[in-house]
Design a protein around this ligand. Structure first.
Ligand SMILES: *Cc1c(COP(=O)(O)O)cnc(C)c1O
Length: 398
């Protein structure tokens, strides 16, 4: 009999969260209220960036970044295939061409050497940007990517959906937070319930670049500008005499409605207060998995214990992946697979991508499985999961 259902990830909603949202619902604004700027400010401080722009979801954040960086039809942009499809799709929304580079087999992150190979083989100017992904919560060495990007005149969008609170150590031995704007031009986060911080749907862009910030704020809301110093139409046209009337605004570029609501930001803010605590719990869970599986031959690789890892996911690679997946489901443990390589999705195959193009990514996909990882996973439930994995491994004798 199934007694348990343990998912791979889940949100954690507390009484404080409920109170915060209830309070926001009784205020004057449902959307475009004060909680949005408050959440932006608090989030920027959390990751250590100068600016943050809250948007309706992580995919909208990626789309706005691609727009703000001026991706045009035919522009080539490099990303990892081991990510959620949105990291690549944002380039397609602007008509750009996605070029996938392989991952490093040990970190599962976009391999800087394979990116460099692509750049070296092509005439200068062929590629416009790179979208590295802090996959599973492990921070990309963005300093190294910045150096490479600068040498080739490229921009960087860091997809940090998995890594709020994650960091890498720079060449001076200093921790550099994911999305802190020190190296990537723009970084994006998601507040989907399965991520570290939940707001229902929700996303955030962070940057240290004031021009990109201004532009993104406009693009988030239809490309509308309200700033009399930058209007193009005359005061007379606007209907004023010696100044622009206060109703006046200008739509100067084609934007979208990618706004987030005030009550979602109230939830995000409340969750953000517990983010550091949740991160510690994730690290504890990772350590327990690591210790339980250390040295076992049936596990080819695992996320391991890495400083600065934000542990959105805890991935292991096993020989009998399908067998383990099915067995765990029978036992009520809903592990997941992250990800089917993007380049092998039918949509991207239609551009000519095929099996064999990116061997490390494809090999990773054949073996990977993401184990339950969320701050409210109890010790008892984790031990249950570990016990089942060990049992299955003995049974299959590989
Ligand atoms: C969740 C996620 C996204 C998209 O975020 P949404 O809020 O679901 O639109 C993009 N990239 C990665 C790596 C993600 O995990």
């Amino acid at each position: 009999m199934k007694t348990k259902v343990i998912p791979y990830g889940r949100q954690h909603i507390t009484e404080e969260d409920i109170e915060a949202v209830s309070k926001a619902l009784t205020e004057d604004y449902l959307t475009q209220g004060p909680k949005i700027a408050e959440f932006e400010k608090a989030f920027a401080a959390y990751v250590g960036a100068d600016y943050a722009i809250a948007v309706s979801n992580g995919t909208a954040a990626l789309h706005l970044c691609a727009l703000a960086l001026g991706v045009q039809p035919g522009d080539k942009v490099i990303t990892s295939p081991i990510t959620f499809a949105a990291s690549a799709n944002c380039i397609r929304y602007c008509g750009g061409e996605v070029v996938f580079a392989d991952i490093e087999p040990d970190t599962y992150l976009l391999d800087i050497n394979s990116v460099e190979d692509l750049l070296k083989k092509a005439p200068k100017g062929t590629y416009k940007g790179i979208v590295p992904v802090d996959f599973a919560g492990r921070a990309v060495n963005m300093e190294a990517f910045r150096e490479l990007a600068d040498a080739h005149g490229l921009w960087i969008i860091e997809d940090s959906c998995h890594a709020p609170g994650g960091y890498f150590m720079d060449s001076k031995g200093m921790p550099q937070n994911c999305g802190n704007g020190a190296f990537a031009d723009l970084a994006i986060f998601s507040f989907h319930p399965v991520k570290h911080i939940a707001s229902g749907e929700g996303g955030m862009i962070t940057t240290n670049n004031p021009e990109l910030y201004e532009n993104l704020m406009q693009l988030r809301t239809h490309g509308i500008l309200k700033d009399e110093n930058r209007y193009v139409n005359s005061i007379e046209f606007a209907g004023g005499i010696d100044k622009y009337p206060s109703w006046y605004m200008e739509m100067q570029q084609l934007g979208f409605n990618y706004r987030i609501t005030d009550f979602q930001c109230a939830l995000g803010l409340s969750q953000l207060k517990r983010a550091a605590q949740g991160l510690e719990k994730r690290k504890d869970i990772a350590k327990k998995y690591f210790t339980a599986f250390e040295g076992l031959p049936f596990i080819k690789g695992q996320s391991g214990v890495v400083d600065g890892h934000a542990y959105h996911l805890y991935v292991i690679e096993v020989h009998d992946r399908l067998g383990l997946y099915e067995y765990l489901r029978e036992q009520g443990v809903f592990a997941q697979i992250h990800y089917i390589p993007c380049h092998l999705m039918p949509y991207y195959r239609a551009f000519g991508w095929k099996e064999g193009d990116l061997p490390y990514s494809e090999n990773y996909y054949r073996h990977c499985i993401s184990l339950p990882m969320y701050p409210t996973l109890s010790d008892e439930d984790q031990e249950y999961v570990i016990g089942k994995i060990l049992k299955h491994a003995k049974g299959t004798d590989n």
